[in-house]
Design a protein around this ligand. Sequence first.
Ligand code: MV4
Length: 597
Amino acid sequence: MFSKILIANRGEIAVRIIRALDELAVASVAVYSDLDRDAPHVARAGESYLLGPAAPAESYLNVERILDVARRSGAEAVHPGYGFLAENAAFARACDDAGIVFIGPPASAIDAMGSKTRARELMQAAGVPIVPGTVQPVASLQDAKRIAADEIGYPVAVKAAGGGGGKGFRVALKPQELKDAFEGAAREGEKFFSDATVYLERYLPNPRHVEVQVLADGHGSTIHLGERDCSIQRRHQKLVEESPAPEWIVDEALRERIGTIAVEAAKAVDYRGAGTVEGLLDAESNDYFFLEMNTRVQVEHCVTEMTTGIDIVKEGIRVAAGEPLSVTQDEVVLRGHAIECRINAEDASKKFAPAPGRIGRYVEPGGPGVRVDSGVRAGSEISPMYDPMVAKLIVWDADREQATRRMLRALAEYEIEGLKTLIPFHRALLATEQWARGETCRDLLEDRDWLEALAFENAPQQADEAAEDGETVEQTYTVEVSGRRFDVRVIGPPGGPADANGAAHVPKRPARAARESKARESGHGSDALASPMQGSIWKIPVTAGQQVVEGEVVTIIEAMKMENEITAHKAGVIAELPISEGDLVRSGDVLAVIADA
Ligand code: MV4
């Protein structure tokens, strides 16, 4: 076993890996950016090193600095977690070249699975069922039209070869839609992966996302730990995952079949460590198709840990150290049911808009069968620079129905003040009939009325801000009358009883007036369209001098992995447009000045 390992990541997964290292009696080395100086993963590690500025390219994606820290600290191996450098074959090779063990599969396996067309070709050759379609890139729209019409049929999915996780994925329901789908997928492939090549698949109308956890060692053993059902996702972001899939969806025979498919897929690329084979299940026909393989530990690995009792992170580290897996396939037994809810700093009622901010009071749930993997604590700042996921709430119970009740209980216990999170969304979703019936809930996740009903009351808004807006806030405080406690809810202007009662104060942000004063200083008053968030300008679909109507998209800001459309607050002419694509903007910065037409 190694004596010291560097964790090239942040947040909850860095803490998760440090916990595994503590239990293995391996020393841990954390790295951090300027923004993460006070982050829990930094405090939690044996030693910690600054990488550089907040921008990932200068910190968590900076290969040179990370390898330099590995050398300085004497770490023998690097654990990449997920995201950042986890599926970067060049990083895996750079580690090899530096004599540092990359905890993950060989770079060749990352490469093979990184190209979705290459992966499809390899899987087909290995006898693994793939979604019907092309295994070669489709060179032109003309070719795509011919192949879609003659070989695949409509509807057809167009996917970027460099893609994965839904990036660069478009659907053409009929031939007239193919041009837009083809060009859209190619454009997104170019933007995100510098690769505009696309391929085609038959579009399955309402499949389930069912994935299989695999583990492989260097001693000839490749096993699976059963499936996870991750069908509840929005814009390709998974929101809720469970293991096993509902029993009326995947029975023992199907589990055996998809488990074997996943093991064959892993063997075909000489896999090592922990990985996940993602697939689509047509619940009508029970057809299962390989979609892609994630060559790393996944966010949702925890639900499998709960039902198998196997520590997936530790197994990956053991394998990297040359040890055999600690379990054989026969010893893998699934027990009960586990559910994970991703606790993101997002507002579900506003199309899941990112909601960065500072956490005030923070109390995690506990009790039987509850696990919280988090990378935050009271006072933590959730920055738009990084992923909006602040924690994962995982529960286990004897069956799906009881696990659902336990999750609802734990969600009710979870207190996160000062920040809008998906907790209300999860409480509403897990209480629906659709969830109870094990449906994929795709309609519900796009249902505007249902989502808008989840709007936050004023609670997460800060008192000083509400005061300026002339709004009311909801505050709870406790009184004791004749020895009996009562919780009292007061809805009214801020200040008042909760303050007098000494309720927790949330660290204050600069008042909205101050933040927006910049917009006013520009001298344009209400003509100025101020940025509601910090992020980078992705697109500017308008030009100076152009006439716009109220609600027209003026710019798209990329923040927290989301594209946020910023629309004109009034009709008029774009008098000033002081932004360019790629610019970093802060909340309150002027995006455009719209003069009366
Ligand atoms: C598909 C599909 C239908 N047909 N591919 C790809 C990435 C993953 N996030 C979802 N992906 C899909 N790929 C073909 N050929 C439908 C989806 C899909 C989906 C699948 C299962 C459960 C929920 C889903 C939500 C959106 C898209």
